[in-house]
Design a protein. Structure first.
Length: 107
C-alpha cells in the first residue's frame, strides 16, 4: 500500500521560530517514504528564500509551491525565491486536493 501524500501549508514568516519547521517536518516525512509538498501562503512565502532547511528538504525529494498572490502582496518576485520553487495559485491547490487527496497540515 502506498502512503498517503502530505501537504504542509506554511503561513508563518521565516522570522518566527515556527517558520522553517515545515521543511524539517517535511524532511522527516520524506525519510519515511511519504511524498511531501510544502505550500507557502501569506507570510509563509518568505520561507521560499534560501535557507539550509529548504535546501535539505529539496535535496531529499520534497516539492515546494509558492502562492503567487501572496508573493506579490509582499512585494516579492520569483527572482527572490530559491530557483527550484514553483509559483502557483489556488487553482493548483484545488486540483491537488481533489486528485491526490493528501493529508493536510496547515500552520
Amino acid at each position: 500500500m502506498t502512503a498517503q501524500p502530505h501537504l504542509l501549508v506554511e503561513t508563518h514568516t521565516v522570522r518566527t521560530p515556527q517558520g522553517p519547521e515545515c521543511y524539517r517536518r517535511g524532511s522527516t516525512l520524506l525519510g519515511l517514504g511519504i511524498d511531501t509538498t510544502v505550500l507557502l501562503l501569506e507570510n509563509g512565502v518568505t520561507a521560499g528564500i534560501d535557507n539550509p532547511d529548504l535546501e535539505e528538504f529539496l535535496t531529499a525529494g520534497g516539492t515546494v509551491r509558492v502562492d503567487g498572490f501572496s508573493l506579490r502582496q509582499r512585494g516579492l518576485t520569483v527572482d527572490d525565491l530559491h530557483p527550484r520553487l514553483a509559483v502557483t495559485g489556488m487553482d493548483w491547490l484545488a486540483d491537488y486536493l481533489l486528485t491526490e487527496r493528501p493529508a493536510v497540515v496547515w500552520h
